[in-house]
Ligand binder design. Structure first.
Ligand SMILES: Cc1cc2nc3c(=O)[nH]c(=O)nc-3n(C[C@H](O)[C@H](O)[C@H](O)COP(=O)(O)OP(=O)(O)OC[C@H]3O[C@@H](n4cnc5c(N)ncnc54)[C@H](O)[C@@H]3O)c2cc1C
Length: 400
Protein backbone atom coordinates (compact mmCIF):
# COMPACT_ATOMS: atom_id res chain seq x y z
CA UNK A 1 0.00 0.00 0.00
CA UNK A 2 1.22 3.51 -0.75
CA UNK A 3 1.99 5.37 2.47
CA UNK A 4 0.35 8.74 2.98
CA UNK A 5 3.07 9.81 5.35
CA UNK A 6 6.82 10.08 4.88
CA UNK A 7 9.68 8.57 6.85
CA UNK A 8 12.14 10.75 8.77
CA UNK A 9 14.80 10.11 6.13
CA UNK A 10 12.47 11.13 3.31
CA UNK A 11 11.53 14.29 5.15
CA UNK A 12 15.20 15.08 5.79
CA UNK A 13 15.92 14.93 2.04
CA UNK A 14 12.84 17.06 1.32
CA UNK A 15 13.94 19.66 3.87
CA UNK A 16 17.48 19.76 2.50
CA UNK A 17 16.20 20.35 -1.04
CA UNK A 18 13.73 22.95 0.27
CA UNK A 19 16.53 24.80 2.02
CA UNK A 20 18.60 24.88 -1.18
CA UNK A 21 15.58 26.18 -3.10
CA UNK A 22 14.94 28.91 -0.55
CA UNK A 23 18.51 29.96 0.23
CA UNK A 24 20.44 29.35 -2.99
CA UNK A 25 17.97 29.31 -5.88
CA UNK A 26 15.10 31.69 -5.18
CA UNK A 27 16.88 34.86 -3.98
CA UNK A 28 18.66 35.49 -7.34
CA UNK A 29 16.67 33.42 -9.82
CA UNK A 30 15.28 36.38 -11.80
CA UNK A 31 18.82 37.65 -12.49
CA UNK A 32 20.16 34.25 -13.54
CA UNK A 33 17.10 33.57 -15.68
CA UNK A 34 17.48 36.99 -17.37
CA UNK A 35 21.18 36.56 -18.01
CA UNK A 36 20.68 32.92 -19.11
CA UNK A 37 23.38 31.69 -16.74
CA UNK A 38 23.44 29.01 -14.10
CA UNK A 39 23.98 30.16 -10.53
CA UNK A 40 27.60 29.08 -9.83
CA UNK A 41 26.72 28.32 -6.22
CA UNK A 42 24.02 25.76 -7.10
CA UNK A 43 26.02 22.64 -8.05
CA UNK A 44 28.50 23.01 -5.14
CA UNK A 45 25.58 23.50 -2.72
CA UNK A 46 23.80 20.41 -4.06
CA UNK A 47 27.02 18.38 -3.80
CA UNK A 48 27.66 19.63 -0.27
CA UNK A 49 24.12 18.61 0.75
CA UNK A 50 24.61 15.13 -0.81
CA UNK A 51 21.79 15.88 -3.22
CA UNK A 52 23.74 14.54 -6.21
CA UNK A 53 23.81 10.94 -5.00
CA UNK A 54 21.42 10.42 -2.11
CA UNK A 55 19.45 7.59 -3.74
CA UNK A 56 22.55 5.67 -4.83
CA UNK A 57 23.61 2.83 -2.45
CA UNK A 58 26.22 3.72 0.18
CA UNK A 59 28.68 1.21 -1.30
CA UNK A 60 28.80 3.39 -4.42
CA UNK A 61 29.24 6.71 -2.64
CA UNK A 62 25.57 7.63 -2.10
CA UNK A 63 23.30 7.70 0.94
CA UNK A 64 21.13 4.69 0.06
CA UNK A 65 17.89 6.68 0.13
CA UNK A 66 14.75 5.55 -1.70
CA UNK A 67 13.03 6.77 -4.87
CA UNK A 68 10.23 8.61 -3.02
CA UNK A 69 13.05 10.80 -1.63
CA UNK A 70 14.14 11.45 -5.21
CA UNK A 71 10.61 12.59 -6.03
CA UNK A 72 10.41 14.82 -2.96
CA UNK A 73 13.75 16.47 -3.77
CA UNK A 74 12.64 17.00 -7.39
CA UNK A 75 9.43 18.66 -6.21
CA UNK A 76 11.25 21.01 -3.85
CA UNK A 77 14.00 21.98 -6.29
CA UNK A 78 11.53 22.75 -9.08
CA UNK A 79 9.52 24.86 -6.64
CA UNK A 80 12.66 27.05 -6.73
CA UNK A 81 13.40 26.73 -10.45
CA UNK A 82 13.11 24.08 -13.14
CA UNK A 83 16.83 24.35 -13.95
CA UNK A 84 17.72 22.92 -10.51
CA UNK A 85 15.43 19.90 -10.89
CA UNK A 86 16.90 19.26 -14.36
CA UNK A 87 20.24 18.62 -12.63
CA UNK A 88 18.65 15.76 -10.65
CA UNK A 89 16.92 14.46 -13.78
CA UNK A 90 20.06 14.08 -15.84
CA UNK A 91 22.70 13.44 -13.19
CA UNK A 92 20.74 10.89 -11.13
CA UNK A 93 17.76 9.85 -13.26
CA UNK A 94 19.40 9.55 -16.67
CA UNK A 95 22.96 8.69 -15.66
CA UNK A 96 23.61 7.37 -12.14
CA UNK A 97 20.57 5.07 -11.74
CA UNK A 98 21.09 3.52 -15.21
CA UNK A 99 24.82 3.05 -14.49
CA UNK A 100 23.89 1.45 -11.16
CA UNK A 101 21.54 -0.93 -12.97
CA UNK A 102 23.35 -1.74 -16.22
CA UNK A 103 27.08 -1.07 -15.80
CA UNK A 104 29.71 -3.55 -14.60
CA UNK A 105 31.55 -3.25 -11.30
CA UNK A 106 34.64 -1.58 -12.80
CA UNK A 107 32.48 1.06 -14.52
CA UNK A 108 30.51 1.67 -11.31
CA UNK A 109 33.70 2.23 -9.31
CA UNK A 110 35.15 4.52 -11.95
CA UNK A 111 32.07 6.60 -12.87
CA UNK A 112 29.22 6.05 -10.43
CA UNK A 113 31.20 6.64 -7.23
CA UNK A 114 32.49 10.14 -8.17
CA UNK A 115 29.07 11.06 -9.61
CA UNK A 116 27.26 9.93 -6.45
CA UNK A 117 29.71 11.86 -4.27
CA UNK A 118 29.12 14.97 -6.37
CA UNK A 119 32.77 15.15 -7.43
CA UNK A 120 31.82 14.72 -11.09
CA UNK A 121 28.73 15.80 -13.03
CA UNK A 122 27.05 13.56 -15.57
CA UNK A 123 24.40 13.75 -18.27
CA UNK A 124 22.65 11.77 -21.01
CA UNK A 125 22.90 12.20 -24.78
CA UNK A 126 20.32 10.56 -27.01
CA UNK A 127 18.77 13.44 -28.99
CA UNK A 128 20.42 14.63 -32.21
CA UNK A 129 19.75 17.54 -34.58
CA UNK A 130 17.55 15.33 -36.77
CA UNK A 131 16.04 12.92 -34.20
CA UNK A 132 14.42 13.28 -30.79
CA UNK A 133 11.21 11.26 -30.38
CA UNK A 134 12.34 8.93 -33.14
CA UNK A 135 15.34 7.48 -31.27
CA UNK A 136 16.25 5.01 -34.03
CA UNK A 137 16.56 8.03 -36.34
CA UNK A 138 19.84 9.04 -34.67
CA UNK A 139 22.94 9.01 -36.87
CA UNK A 140 25.86 8.70 -34.42
CA UNK A 141 28.06 5.68 -35.02
CA UNK A 142 30.56 3.77 -32.89
CA UNK A 143 32.70 1.50 -35.03
CA UNK A 144 34.79 -1.20 -33.32
CA UNK A 145 38.54 -0.85 -33.90
CA UNK A 146 40.59 -3.22 -31.72
CA UNK A 147 40.22 -2.22 -28.08
CA UNK A 148 38.30 0.94 -29.00
CA UNK A 149 35.11 2.13 -30.65
CA UNK A 150 35.51 5.17 -32.93
CA UNK A 151 32.61 7.49 -32.09
CA UNK A 152 31.30 10.09 -34.55
CA UNK A 153 28.14 12.17 -34.32
CA UNK A 154 26.31 15.19 -32.96
CA UNK A 155 24.06 15.38 -29.92
CA UNK A 156 21.63 18.28 -29.51
CA UNK A 157 19.52 19.70 -26.70
CA UNK A 158 21.63 18.04 -24.03
CA UNK A 159 21.12 19.31 -20.48
CA UNK A 160 24.39 20.29 -18.77
CA UNK A 161 26.29 19.64 -22.04
CA UNK A 162 28.78 22.38 -21.24
CA UNK A 163 29.25 21.36 -17.61
CA UNK A 164 29.17 17.58 -17.39
CA UNK A 165 32.32 15.49 -16.98
CA UNK A 166 30.67 12.23 -18.11
CA UNK A 167 28.14 11.55 -20.87
CA UNK A 168 25.97 8.44 -21.34
CA UNK A 169 25.89 8.35 -25.14
CA UNK A 170 23.89 6.27 -27.62
CA UNK A 171 25.23 5.34 -31.06
CA UNK A 172 24.89 2.67 -33.75
CA UNK A 173 27.36 -0.19 -33.45
CA UNK A 174 25.64 -2.31 -36.14
CA UNK A 175 25.60 -0.38 -39.42
CA UNK A 176 23.31 -2.89 -41.19
CA UNK A 177 20.70 -2.54 -38.45
CA UNK A 178 21.10 1.24 -38.67
CA UNK A 179 20.08 1.12 -42.35
CA UNK A 180 17.06 -1.03 -41.50
CA UNK A 181 16.23 0.98 -38.32
CA UNK A 182 16.41 -2.12 -36.08
CA UNK A 183 16.91 -0.80 -32.56
CA UNK A 184 19.04 -3.73 -31.41
CA UNK A 185 21.85 -2.14 -33.44
CA UNK A 186 22.19 0.69 -30.89
CA UNK A 187 24.67 0.63 -28.00
CA UNK A 188 25.38 2.79 -24.94
CA UNK A 189 28.78 4.15 -23.90
CA UNK A 190 30.19 6.24 -21.08
CA UNK A 191 32.23 9.03 -22.65
CA UNK A 192 34.49 11.50 -20.84
CA UNK A 193 34.58 15.20 -21.67
CA UNK A 194 38.39 15.34 -21.69
CA UNK A 195 38.85 12.82 -24.50
CA UNK A 196 40.23 14.05 -27.80
CA UNK A 197 37.50 14.82 -30.34
CA UNK A 198 34.82 15.72 -27.78
CA UNK A 199 33.59 19.31 -27.93
CA UNK A 200 30.48 21.01 -26.53
CA UNK A 201 28.64 24.33 -26.74
CA UNK A 202 25.63 26.02 -25.14
CA UNK A 203 22.31 26.82 -26.79
CA UNK A 204 21.24 30.44 -26.24
CA UNK A 205 17.84 32.07 -26.72
CA UNK A 206 15.80 29.29 -25.10
CA UNK A 207 12.16 29.89 -24.15
CA UNK A 208 12.64 28.39 -20.69
CA UNK A 209 15.09 26.67 -18.33
CA UNK A 210 17.20 29.76 -18.91
CA UNK A 211 19.05 29.48 -15.62
CA UNK A 212 20.16 26.01 -16.68
CA UNK A 213 22.67 24.84 -19.24
CA UNK A 214 21.41 23.14 -22.41
CA UNK A 215 23.75 22.49 -25.30
CA UNK A 216 25.20 20.33 -28.01
CA UNK A 217 28.04 17.81 -28.13
CA UNK A 218 30.17 16.91 -31.10
CA UNK A 219 32.16 13.66 -31.35
CA UNK A 220 34.84 13.55 -34.02
CA UNK A 221 36.74 10.26 -34.25
CA UNK A 222 36.63 9.88 -30.48
CA UNK A 223 38.49 6.76 -29.30
CA UNK A 224 36.12 5.25 -26.73
CA UNK A 225 37.75 2.31 -24.89
CA UNK A 226 35.76 -0.89 -25.53
CA UNK A 227 35.51 -1.30 -21.75
CA UNK A 228 33.27 1.81 -21.72
CA UNK A 229 30.51 -0.04 -23.57
CA UNK A 230 27.63 -0.32 -21.10
CA UNK A 231 26.24 -3.85 -20.63
CA UNK A 232 26.54 -5.32 -24.13
CA UNK A 233 26.47 -4.36 -27.80
CA UNK A 234 22.91 -3.88 -29.02
CA UNK A 235 21.50 -3.06 -25.58
CA UNK A 236 21.49 0.71 -26.17
CA UNK A 237 17.79 1.11 -26.94
CA UNK A 238 16.57 -0.78 -23.88
CA UNK A 239 19.05 1.11 -21.69
CA UNK A 240 17.83 4.43 -23.16
CA UNK A 241 14.19 3.50 -22.43
CA UNK A 242 15.18 2.48 -18.90
CA UNK A 243 16.94 5.85 -18.43
CA UNK A 244 13.77 7.64 -19.48
CA UNK A 245 11.71 5.73 -16.89
CA UNK A 246 13.88 7.32 -14.19
CA UNK A 247 14.28 10.77 -15.77
CA UNK A 248 10.54 11.07 -16.42
CA UNK A 249 9.84 10.27 -12.82
CA UNK A 250 11.86 13.31 -11.69
CA UNK A 251 10.10 15.47 -14.31
CA UNK A 252 6.70 14.32 -12.98
CA UNK A 253 7.61 15.14 -9.39
CA UNK A 254 9.34 18.37 -10.40
CA UNK A 255 6.34 19.57 -12.41
CA UNK A 256 4.21 18.86 -9.35
CA UNK A 257 6.46 21.30 -7.47
CA UNK A 258 5.94 23.84 -10.25
CA UNK A 259 2.16 23.57 -9.87
CA UNK A 260 2.56 24.22 -6.14
CA UNK A 261 4.75 27.25 -6.89
CA UNK A 262 2.02 28.61 -9.22
CA UNK A 263 -0.64 28.03 -6.58
CA UNK A 264 1.34 29.73 -3.82
CA UNK A 265 2.24 32.75 -5.98
CA UNK A 266 -1.46 33.16 -6.83
CA UNK A 267 -2.62 32.84 -3.22
CA UNK A 268 -0.20 35.61 -2.23
CA UNK A 269 -1.17 37.89 -5.10
CA UNK A 270 -4.93 37.30 -4.77
CA UNK A 271 -4.75 38.42 -1.15
CA UNK A 272 -2.99 41.68 -2.10
CA UNK A 273 -4.55 42.83 -5.35
CA UNK A 274 -7.87 44.64 -5.20
CA UNK A 275 -10.48 45.22 -7.89
CA UNK A 276 -13.98 46.59 -7.40
CA UNK A 277 -13.21 47.27 -3.74
CA UNK A 278 -12.32 43.69 -2.76
CA UNK A 279 -9.25 41.45 -2.90
CA UNK A 280 -9.37 39.41 -6.10
CA UNK A 281 -9.47 36.24 -3.95
CA UNK A 282 -13.17 37.07 -3.55
CA UNK A 283 -13.98 36.69 -7.26
CA UNK A 284 -15.33 33.26 -8.12
CA UNK A 285 -13.50 32.96 -11.44
CA UNK A 286 -10.17 33.71 -9.71
CA UNK A 287 -11.05 31.10 -7.08
CA UNK A 288 -11.71 28.60 -9.83
CA UNK A 289 -8.25 29.04 -11.30
CA UNK A 290 -6.67 28.56 -7.87
CA UNK A 291 -8.91 25.55 -7.14
CA UNK A 292 -7.79 23.96 -10.41
CA UNK A 293 -4.16 24.44 -9.37
CA UNK A 294 -4.85 22.72 -6.07
CA UNK A 295 -6.58 19.80 -7.80
CA UNK A 296 -3.76 19.50 -10.34
CA UNK A 297 -1.19 19.55 -7.56
CA UNK A 298 -2.91 16.84 -5.52
CA UNK A 299 -3.49 14.35 -8.28
CA UNK A 300 -0.12 14.92 -9.90
CA UNK A 301 1.42 14.15 -6.53
CA UNK A 302 -0.50 10.88 -6.10
CA UNK A 303 0.58 9.78 -9.56
CA UNK A 304 4.32 10.29 -9.00
CA UNK A 305 4.03 8.74 -5.54
CA UNK A 306 2.51 5.63 -7.11
CA UNK A 307 5.40 5.42 -9.59
CA UNK A 308 7.90 5.95 -6.76
CA UNK A 309 6.24 3.25 -4.68
CA UNK A 310 6.55 0.78 -7.58
CA UNK A 311 10.23 1.69 -7.98
CA UNK A 312 10.87 1.17 -4.27
CA UNK A 313 9.38 -2.33 -4.57
CA UNK A 314 11.62 -3.14 -7.54
CA UNK A 315 8.52 -3.40 -9.76
CA UNK A 316 8.42 -2.12 -13.32
CA UNK A 317 6.93 1.38 -13.41
CA UNK A 318 6.94 2.40 -17.09
CA UNK A 319 3.15 2.87 -17.38
CA UNK A 320 2.79 4.60 -14.02
CA UNK A 321 5.80 6.86 -14.69
CA UNK A 322 4.57 7.85 -18.15
CA UNK A 323 1.11 8.68 -16.78
CA UNK A 324 2.58 10.68 -13.89
CA UNK A 325 4.86 12.61 -16.27
CA UNK A 326 2.12 13.34 -18.80
CA UNK A 327 -0.45 14.52 -16.27
CA UNK A 328 1.93 16.56 -14.08
CA UNK A 329 3.32 18.37 -17.14
CA UNK A 330 -0.16 19.00 -18.52
CA UNK A 331 -1.34 20.37 -15.18
CA UNK A 332 1.82 22.46 -14.77
CA UNK A 333 1.25 24.10 -18.16
CA UNK A 334 -2.38 24.85 -17.25
CA UNK A 335 -1.46 26.09 -13.77
CA UNK A 336 1.29 28.37 -15.11
CA UNK A 337 -1.00 29.83 -17.80
CA UNK A 338 -3.63 30.56 -15.16
CA UNK A 339 -1.01 31.91 -12.74
CA UNK A 340 -0.11 34.56 -15.34
CA UNK A 341 -3.85 35.24 -15.77
CA UNK A 342 -4.42 35.71 -12.03
CA UNK A 343 -1.58 38.26 -11.98
CA UNK A 344 -3.04 40.26 -14.89
CA UNK A 345 -0.50 42.58 -16.55
CA UNK A 346 1.99 42.01 -13.72
CA UNK A 347 2.03 38.35 -14.65
CA UNK A 348 3.32 39.45 -18.03
CA UNK A 349 6.51 40.85 -16.51
CA UNK A 350 9.41 39.22 -14.70
CA UNK A 351 8.69 41.36 -11.66
CA UNK A 352 6.70 38.26 -10.62
CA UNK A 353 7.87 34.65 -11.03
CA UNK A 354 4.82 33.35 -12.88
CA UNK A 355 6.00 34.27 -16.39
CA UNK A 356 9.11 32.13 -15.71
CA UNK A 357 6.89 29.28 -14.53
CA UNK A 358 4.89 29.61 -17.77
CA UNK A 359 8.01 29.41 -19.96
CA UNK A 360 9.55 26.58 -17.93
CA UNK A 361 6.35 24.50 -17.90
CA UNK A 362 6.34 24.39 -21.70
CA UNK A 363 9.70 22.61 -21.87
CA UNK A 364 8.50 19.67 -19.80
CA UNK A 365 5.79 18.88 -22.34
CA UNK A 366 8.62 18.35 -24.86
CA UNK A 367 11.57 16.64 -23.13
CA UNK A 368 11.58 13.09 -21.69
CA UNK A 369 8.82 12.02 -24.07
CA UNK A 370 6.57 14.66 -25.59
CA UNK A 371 2.96 15.12 -24.50
CA UNK A 372 1.87 13.28 -27.65
CA UNK A 373 4.09 10.26 -26.95
CA UNK A 374 2.73 9.82 -23.42
CA UNK A 375 -0.83 10.19 -24.71
CA UNK A 376 -0.19 7.44 -27.25
CA UNK A 377 1.51 5.24 -24.64
CA UNK A 378 -1.46 5.44 -22.27
CA UNK A 379 -3.95 4.68 -25.04
CA UNK A 380 -1.81 1.76 -26.21
CA UNK A 381 -1.69 0.27 -22.70
CA UNK A 382 -5.46 0.26 -22.29
CA UNK A 383 -6.15 -0.78 -25.88
CA UNK A 384 -3.90 -3.81 -25.38
CA UNK A 385 -1.20 -2.74 -27.89
CA UNK A 386 1.39 -2.41 -25.15
CA UNK A 387 2.14 -3.99 -21.78
CA UNK A 388 4.92 -3.79 -19.19
CA UNK A 389 6.74 -7.10 -19.02
CA UNK A 390 9.36 -7.77 -16.38
CA UNK A 391 12.65 -6.18 -17.48
CA UNK A 392 15.91 -8.05 -17.91
CA UNK A 393 17.25 -5.60 -15.30
CA UNK A 394 15.41 -3.06 -13.18
CA UNK A 395 16.16 -0.66 -10.35
CA UNK A 396 17.26 -2.42 -7.19
CA UNK A 397 14.39 -2.32 -4.65
CA UNK A 398 15.01 -0.01 -1.69
CA UNK A 399 14.01 -0.25 1.98
CA UNK A 400 12.17 2.88 3.07
C1 LIG B 1 15.20 22.02 -22.24
C2 LIG B 1 15.45 20.71 -22.93
C3 LIG B 1 16.36 19.81 -22.36
C4 LIG B 1 16.64 18.59 -22.99
N1 LIG B 1 17.57 17.75 -22.45
C5 LIG B 1 17.92 16.60 -23.10
C6 LIG B 1 18.97 15.75 -22.61
O1 LIG B 1 19.57 16.02 -21.57
N2 LIG B 1 19.31 14.65 -23.35
C7 LIG B 1 18.68 14.32 -24.51
O2 LIG B 1 19.03 13.31 -25.11
N3 LIG B 1 17.66 15.11 -25.00
C8 LIG B 1 17.28 16.25 -24.33
N4 LIG B 1 16.28 17.06 -24.83
C9 LIG B 1 15.66 16.73 -26.10
C10 LIG B 1 14.25 16.17 -25.95
O3 LIG B 1 14.27 14.92 -25.33
C11 LIG B 1 13.61 16.16 -27.35
O4 LIG B 1 13.41 17.51 -27.70
C12 LIG B 1 12.31 15.37 -27.37
O5 LIG B 1 12.57 13.99 -27.31
C13 LIG B 1 11.47 15.66 -28.62
O6 LIG B 1 12.22 15.48 -29.77
P1 LIG B 1 12.28 16.62 -30.91
O7 LIG B 1 12.53 17.92 -30.22
O8 LIG B 1 13.27 16.17 -31.91
O9 LIG B 1 10.83 16.66 -31.50
P2 LIG B 1 10.28 15.68 -32.66
O10 LIG B 1 10.57 14.29 -32.29
O11 LIG B 1 10.77 16.16 -33.97
O12 LIG B 1 8.72 15.94 -32.55
C14 LIG B 1 8.10 17.12 -33.13
C15 LIG B 1 6.59 17.04 -32.84
O13 LIG B 1 6.03 15.88 -33.45
C16 LIG B 1 5.36 15.08 -32.49
N5 LIG B 1 5.53 13.69 -32.80
C17 LIG B 1 6.68 13.04 -33.12
N6 LIG B 1 6.45 11.76 -33.34
C18 LIG B 1 5.12 11.55 -33.14
C19 LIG B 1 4.26 10.41 -33.20
N7 LIG B 1 4.72 9.19 -33.49
N8 LIG B 1 2.93 10.60 -32.95
C20 LIG B 1 2.46 11.81 -32.61
N9 LIG B 1 3.23 12.92 -32.55
C21 LIG B 1 4.54 12.79 -32.80
C22 LIG B 1 6.03 15.43 -31.16
O14 LIG B 1 5.19 15.11 -30.06
C23 LIG B 1 6.26 16.92 -31.33
O15 LIG B 1 5.08 17.62 -31.05
C24 LIG B 1 15.98 18.28 -24.20
C25 LIG B 1 15.04 19.17 -24.74
C26 LIG B 1 14.78 20.37 -24.12
C27 LIG B 1 13.79 21.32 -24.74
Amino acid sequence: MIAFSFTENQLAVRDMAREIAQKIIMPDITEYDRSQKMNPRLLPAMAEANLLGFCIPEKYGGLGMDYISLGLASEELEYGDTSARVILSVHIGLFSLPVLTWANEEQKQKYLVPAAKGEKIATFGLTEPSAGTDAVGIKSTAVKDGDYYILNGEKMWISLADMADYFLIFAWTDQEKKKKRIHSGLSAFIVERDWEGVSTGSIHGKLGVRAGNTGYISFQDVKVPAKNLVYQEGAGFKIAMFCLDQGRYTVAAGSTGLIRACRDACIKYAKERQTFGVNIEQHQLVKQMIANMEAGYEYSRYLWLKAGWLKNQGKRSTKATSLAKWIACREAEAAAANAVQVHGAYGFSDEYPVERFYRNAKGASIYEGTREIHTIMQADYVLGFRQDKELERDLPPVEQ
